[in-house]
Design a protein around this ligand. Structure first.
Ligand SMILES: [Zn+2]
Ligand SMILES: [Zn+2]
Length: 353
């Protein structure tokens, strides 16, 4: 074991603060990574404050962070895919059983034994739970390490590892290609990636937002049209016309208003997680054989495909880079949606701790 620098929280009401954590020495299948950048995902904040305790309660101390970009510093003897100096990424998962039907199909994210990047039981027993990317170093099994295209800005790549794959996977799954009409509900960290990716796939992209002042930015990011969602006339103009709608909103909203915009066999996929159940009118689904579904990140092969796609199309997230000393302030701003569109921590700032 060796010591790494990190920022951790010791309780649901404590701020994140400087800490020293243990990391395992790389085993034969492991890759040791110097972390350069780590994005701040809303899940980090929920986990730090133990707001998802019904789903998975938080073990303290917690070191969050699952949008990791870094450079390989050492590899185990059986590692064939990576070498020291390579630019790599790590997303929301660091391990899975590898043999269940979901793993075999490339859907490690749905493995019953998936080990998430932080707050999952640590099978190596280095610590009670896994520690994430708010740190200067991490050790990860090579199967869960991704290659980063060399042409992309590294800070902007970090959010691709969660926000990027979370939006890419359902767009692909529901057949978004050239000429399809795609809606993106909400223009935050997830939504802005959804717009960029759907645009690059050749779709006609319509952004739905509650704030008219986001219109210009939506167009800049690649939207073809912007609809202010509380304007019933504007909504009505699009009735029955969408092939697919990506719903990124985590607050309570009227899902039926969007279901009614789908054409025959159209689908809405939820990637935001509102706290309370959404009311779904059966008629919204019955009329036009519409469907409502959910999606969670993506498998490892698909995450690599997404990174390669972003490399080809020169896509990164729009980010505000911060030193780690500003992380608690960034959380407060995140709660007010005061970021365009993702905070990314520059881990070089950890050197002074
Ligand atoms: Zn995330
Ligand atoms: Zn599995």
């Amino acid at each position: 074991m060796y010591n790494a620098k990190a920022y951790s929280a010791v309780s649901a009401t404590s701020p994140l603060a400087s800490d020293t954590i243990a990391r395992r020495d790389p085993t034969e299948h492991d890759v040791q990574i110097e972390i350069l950048f780590c994005g701040i995902c809303h899940s980090d904040l929920h986990s730090v404050r133990d707001e998802w305790s019904d789903f998975m309660s938080t073990t303290y101390p917690i070191v969050p962070g699952h949008e990791i970009v870094g450079r390989v510093t050492q590899v185990g003897s059986a590692v064939t895919q990576f070498k020291s100096g390579d630019l790599v990424g790590v997303g929301c998962m660091v391990d899975s059983d590898g043999h269940c039907p979901n793993c075999k199909a490339g859907f490690e994210q749905f493995c019953q034994n998936a080990i998430f990047t932080y707050n999952s039981p640590d099978k190596h027993k280095t610590a009670p739970v896994t520690y994430g990317g708010y740190s200067n170093s991490i050790v990860v099994d090579q199967r869960f390490v991704l290659r980063v295209p060399p042409n992309l800005d590294l800070a902007g790549v970090a959010p691709l590892l969660c926000a990027g794959i979370t939006t890419y996977s359902p767009l692909r799954h529901w057949g978004v290609t050239e000429g399809k009409k795609v809606g993106v509900v909400g223009l935050g960290g997830l939504g802005h990636m959804g717009v960029k990716l759907a645009h690059a796939m050749g779709a006609h992209v319509v952004v739905f937002t509650t704030s008219p002042d986001k219109k210009e930015d939506a167009l800049r990011l690649g939207a073809d049209e912007v609809v202010v969602s509380h304007n019933a006339d504007e909504m009505q103009k699009h009735a029955g016309s969408f092939d697919f709608i990506l719903d990124t909103v985590a607050a309570k909203h009227d899902i039926n208003a969007y279901l009614n915009l789908l054409r025959l066999d159209g689908n809405i996929t939820l990637v935001g997680a509102p706290e309370k159940p959404l009311d779904v009118a059966a008629f919204s689904l019955i009329m036009g054989r519409r469907s409502l579904s959910g999606s969670m990140i993506g498998g490892i092969a698909e995450t690599q495909e997404m990174l390669d796609f972003c490399g080809e199309h020169n896509i990164t997230a729009d980010v505000e880079v911060i030193p780690i000393q500003k992380v608690n302030e960034a959380y407060e701003r995140l709660l007010k949606s005061d970021v365009k569109y993702r905070f990314v921590i520059d881990l070089a700032s950890l050197k002074s701790e």
